[in-house]
Design a protein around this ligand. Structure first.
Ligand code: PMP
Ligand code: GLN
Length: 378
């Protein structure tokens, strides 16, 4: 077959999770908790399934859930999107991202992404005939290169994709970043996708600068989030997209033919569970404890830790220990030391190897302890 994605193999998350399973390694690779999600939420889903809510949900998502998403957005960011015309429930953020990209990117369009970036963006752009213009985030805090961004914009630039808190680097955008972005985009007709799936996983008391807070940006933006991250249930694949009515209309045209709708009983359950703000407001503290504990323990290993301001990922450099490429190093770490990680080069279209690994700390304390014990042998 003539491949439409000749450079794409099986996603690194599947490769590393499978390898971890095969050799019985502790997995700090794929970004998924190994602890239980809320039993109350599970009971609610079971309740609604038993009540008979087992057929298709409304295409755009259950209205009760969209209303709760709107209230949460207002509570967190001071902006209430219209649940009827501006909020869509998606089958995970992955589907929302794909639908948004497909809705706006035409053949020949340029889409600016910052690498390292989540691995679904570029394939989605290319499947639409778009061209990904890849700019590298700079330094150990992985800042957006603003000057380069300005120079990269052309008459063909259709879309820009940002992600804060950031996977895989744990960096976040702060107010000056948002101001830069606003200055660059405000007089253009470029769309923005803001991937905010880790919106509630942010540390040291820093606020999450959602694009929902920004009137000048949100009128051109698709804001994505995911209940998989917020409620420790990545397997449920429920996310959402907030976008102005004209963009939501286009997004839904794609969404209806990608999946049509999302698991019904889970939407009923989430609509109820979301009424309690503590279910998401406690998340920063919960994960900060894990981050601090993990960083403290990792300080006893020979890895050099990079800063982590958000998300549940910690980067560790081994550049001072070995010249081995990160994919080979991660494979060896899994097979010989029994700890699976993600090589950061996987987040670049053309492998850019800085000899850095990504460790997921959304794990039970005992999992983290056992993993670090093994990593101390290096
Ligand atoms: N964007 C980023 C940055 C992610 O890390 C993830 C989770 N892997 C997603 C999107 C996809 O989220 P979901 O699991 O809800 O599809
Ligand atoms: N977002 C998760 C990660 O970065 C994995 C998602 C996936 O497996 N597609 O690890």
């Amino acid at each position: 077959v003539h491949s439409k994605l000749p450079w794409v193999g099986t996603t690194i998350f599947t490769v590393m999770s499978r390898m971890a399973q095969e050799v019985g390694a502790i997995s700090l690779s794929q970004g998924a908790p190994d602890f239980a999600c809320s039993p109350e939420l599970i009971d609610l889903i079971a309740h609604y399934m038993k009540m008979g809510y087992n057929q298709y949900a409304p295409m755009e998502g259950l209205l009760a859930l969209r209303e709760q998403i709107a209230s949460k957005t207002e509570r967190c960011y001071g902006f209430a999107p219209d649940p009827v015309t501006e909020v869509t429930v998606t089958t995970g953020a992955t589907e929302g991202l794909f639908a948004a990209i497909t809705a706006v990117v035409r053949p020949g369009d340029e889409v600016i992404v910052f690498e390292p970036c989540y691995d679904s963006y570029i394939p989605a752009i290319e499947l639409c005939g778009g061209k990904a213009i890849r700019l590298s985030l700079e330094g150990e805090t992985y800042r957006i290169p603003w000057q380069q961004l300005k120079q990269a914009i052309t008459s063909r630039t259709r879309l820009l994709i940002i992600n804060t808190p950031h996977n895989p680097t744990g960096s976040i955008l702060r107010k000056p970043d948002i101001d830069q972005l606003t200055a660059i985009l405000k007089d253009s007709d470029i769309f923005l996708i803001s991937d905010e799936v880790y919106e509630h996983i942010i540390f040291d008391g820093e606020p999450h600068y959602s694009i929902a807070r920004e009137p000048l940006l949100r009128e051109r933006s698709f804001i994505m989030s995911s209940f998989g991250k917020t409620y420790h249930a990545t397997g449920w694949k429920v996310g959402y997209c907030i976008a102005p009515a004209n963009l939501t209309k286009e997004l839904r045209k794609v969404h209806q033919f990608l999946v049509f709708s999302t698991h019904t009983a889970t939407q009923y359950a989430l609509a109820e569970y979301l009424k309690k703000p503590e279910t998401y407001e406690t998340l920063p503290d919960f994960y900060q404890e894990k981050r601090d504990k993990f960083r403290q323990m990792m300080a006893q290993t020979r890895f050099r830790l990079l800063p982590c301001s958000g998300s549940y990922f910690q980067l560790g450099s081994y550049a001072h220990l070995s010249d081995e490429a990160d994919a080979a190093y991660a494979t060896r770490l899994t097979k010989e030391y029994g700890v699976a990680t993600i090589p950061v080069s996987a987040f670049y279209k053309e492998a850019t190897d800085q000899r850095v690994l990504r460790f997921c700390f959304a794990k039970k304390d005992e999992t983290l302890e056992k993993a670090v014990e093994r990593l101390m042998r290096i």
